[in-house]
Design a protein around this ligand. Structure first.
Ligand code: OKP
Ligand code: ZN
Length: 376
């Protein structure tokens, strides 16, 4: 982290429009790629009572990387993994401690566990206590998770930590004055809360970046989540805070994962009241209606007065996505990027979902290219 203190020369204060931001390189979008990502490679996931091959596979980001290089979007770099101190700005220390030791705890139960991924089976829902961290590893898995569809593997912690480092490096780029950056990483992050994993997510990369932007001098930061699934973790992390605005366009939680959060009447609480905007849409929604919701989200961000923007970039809104229900086409993603550029904010894209593996690269890079072309 650069840790640059806020002063009157700071880009966040000096300019919200790209032409006046001269301290960084505005022509290229730098990508921070998690070279450790394949260390997280789940074998199977629980899906409706059956173990099925994981949807969230290493190939996903390799297709994006290939497409980025093909279109010469900008340089690709790999930063240092996130430090525990920086992660603790967003996640609870007891959760980080659990994650860091989970794999060795799992294998300590039985050496044969080294060959199988770990899953939770027991959860402390209403009426149970969550303040006592159990000695049992099985119980800890449940305490720190919310679904059975997220395998914890031998390389999960290392991969996730390196991924958070990519999000942090991207935030640093914006602090140094760049117009935009891209954190290309998996596992994704937006379902992970301050102290829980789930939805294929362990560390909330977008939230970690938003916090780093705050710590780097941006007074108000917005997170725009355009993944098909509601970013319950990001919402929860900032729900009571007035300094980070969260807005999300997603499948209606009445029928879509993660089911228990993401309704339109969730507006934030306390200091955060008014700083949360959910735009749930029915399964089957086409781009024309999705784009109206995007305009509404962007109006919310403008009204909030954000100085920097983090985009949770999921492309599982694609018509052919195997686990999602919106109907966006590849060419629509160019418009998505252009619309986001219209916010005229320093923007960090953080890769999230997208499971139509062969199209994920084209779709994600279309957003970035559409952004670049509109940003000029
Ligand atoms: C993560 B991200 C399929 C059912 C849904 C969880 C979906 C997580 C999506 N096994 N499982 O938001 O793209
Ligand atoms: Zn998703």
């Amino acid at each position: 982290m650069s840790g640059a203190p806020l002063n009157h020369h700071h880009p966040f204060v000096q300019c919200r429009v790209t032409e006046t931001c001269s301290s960084g390189d505005n022509r290229l979008m730098r990508t921070y790629f998690n070279t450790e990502h394949a260390l997280h490679r789940g074998q199977k996931e629980m899906f409706r009572g059956e173990m099925v091959p994981c949807f969230e596979v290493p190939d996903r980001v390799d297709f994006v990387l290939k497409e980025l290089r093909h279109r010469k979007l900008g340089p690709v770099e790999t930063p240092e993994p996130a430090s525990l101190d920086v992660l603790a700005r967003t996640h609870q220390p007891r959760y980080l401690d659990f994650l860091a030791n989970a794999w060795s705890d799992w294998v300590a139960l039985d050496p044969a566990n080294a060959q199988r991924d770990a899953f939770p089976s027991y959860w402390p829902i209403r009426t149970f206590r969550s303040d006592v961290v159990p000695d049992s590893f099985h119980a800890r898995m449940g305490l720190f998770s919310f679904d059975a569809g997220t395998p914890l593997t031998s390389g999960t912690w290392v991969a996730a930590r390196a991924g958070a480092g990519c999000a942090l490096a991207g935030a640093d780029r914006l602090i140094d004055g760049d117009r935009a950056a891209f954190a290309l990483t998996r596992p994704p992050g937006h379902h992970a809360g301050a102290d829980f994993f789930g939805g294929y997510c362990f560390l909330n990369n977008a939230a970690i970046a938003a916090q780093a932007l705050r710590d780097g001098g941006a007074k108000r930061v917005a997170v725009l989540d355009i993944d098909y699934h509601h970013g319950n973790g990001t919402q929860a992390i900032f729900y009571a805070r007035g300094d980070v605005f969260f807005t999300s366009i997603h499948g209606d939680p009445r029928t879509e994962y993660p089911y228990f959060l993401g309704h339109a009447d969730e507006h934030g609480e306390g200091e955060g009241l008014g700083a949360n905007l959910n735009l749930p849409l029915p399964r089957g929604t086409e781009f024309i209606d999705w784009r109206i919701a995007l305009a509404q989200a962007l109006r919310g961000i403008e009204r909030f007065g954000a100085e920097a923007l983090v985009v949770s970039l999921g492309v599982d809104t694609f018509v052919q996505d195997p686990i999602s229900g919106f109907r966006l086409r590849s060419e629509n993603y160019l418009d998505v990027g252009a619309d986001i550029a219209g916010a005229k904010l320093p923007t960090l894209f953080v890769f999230e979902g997208g499971y139509a593996v062969h199209d994920v690269g084209i779709n994600a890079v279309n957003v970035l290219q559409g952004f670049n072309e509109a940003a000029g």
